[in-house]
Design a protein around this ligand. Sequence first.
Ligand code: PLP
Length: 400
Amino acid sequence: MIPALMPTYNRADLAFERGEGAWLWTEAGRRFLDFGAGIATSSLGHGHPHLTRTIAEQAAKVMHVSNLYRVPQAETLAARHVAASFADSVFFCNSGAEANEGMVKAVRKYHAENGHPERFRMICFEGAFHGRTLAMLAATGNAKYLAGFGPPVEGFDHVPFGNMNAVRDAIGPGTAGIMIEPVQGEGGVRAADLRFLRELRAVCDEFGLLLALDEVQTGMGRSGKLWAHQWAGIEPDVISAAKGIGGGFPLGAILAKEHVAKHLKPGTHGTTFGGGPLACAAGNAVLDVVLAPGFLDGVDRVARHLWRGMLGLADRHPAVVEGVQGAGLLLGLKLRPEVSNTDMQAAAVAEGLLTVAAGMNVLRVAPPLIITEAEADEAVRLLDRACLALTPSSAKDAAQ
Ligand SMILES: *Cc1c(COP(=O)(O)O)cnc(C)c1O
């Protein structure tokens, strides 16, 4: 018989009762070091006092009023995001896929309002992940995810990640913009070359396209800067955000320059829950922490420390680990073809460490941004043991 909870996930047989910082405890009292952070989402870890207090206090005052009224928490949060980024205006929603839908709508609307409704196509990249709604399945372009859901939504063209010639070839009279993750998360923790991102900005300027970045996974400090595109020194026209911006409370956002945002007038786009008092209070609490002086420098420092530790794994376990990739606290352990990332994930769980599998046989390591160097060291120690457990016996013999 089908479970009451629809079986859309292959879940690990673990249920967590409480968390503190980077640690989670099961109902049975077993402790885990959480270097998955609910898929790069629990940016402040678990039970962060400022975040949990803010949510509790706001919930007791008023939780939901709808966007028929002013929402001061959303006004404040938007103003702070504008002050801290390239953006002139912000739209709040509830998830990454919803933010991406709105971002693509904004790009299409910009061209339509400028007299070019025929320009609605987005250039996307192989290995991308943009979400599970019908249009975002098409933007993702993964045949496995599209299968069985009817004709893909029109208007998404895919080219190889990092290939500038292919991008130029794909530009046509119907092209509206380019949509890319600065670091492909689900697709295998692949970081775009900073030079490639700069070239995308230039080609958008050359052809009058909009540069739309999916920063759902890379944003809100995960890269060591507030937004990952800042490493390239470029300004996009519009970005999407979600995952970490609510610290685990559902919150998504579109951040846009004025020339894009000004076309989303009343009646063009909307949401019932998005930008509510509770979610925006959570978003403000997360910003309080992430924008505090020195916090992002600390993320950068601990990320480099973790990177070095993970490079050590590649040195010590050449039969298991091929290399380390990614950026900031979104790191991937690229495994040898003989070792599957899901086996590695299970081996890490056996050692008390939570991680997340990603595409291209990569084990994703995306801890909360508040981890200490000691916790990074502990994660590497546990991964060391997991690697040892998965080392083929032939390689063990060779090493002796
Ligand atoms: C997770 C993710 C999404 C989808 O976000 P949801 O909140 O699951 O809809 C979109 N883009 C990227 C890059 C993501 O990592």
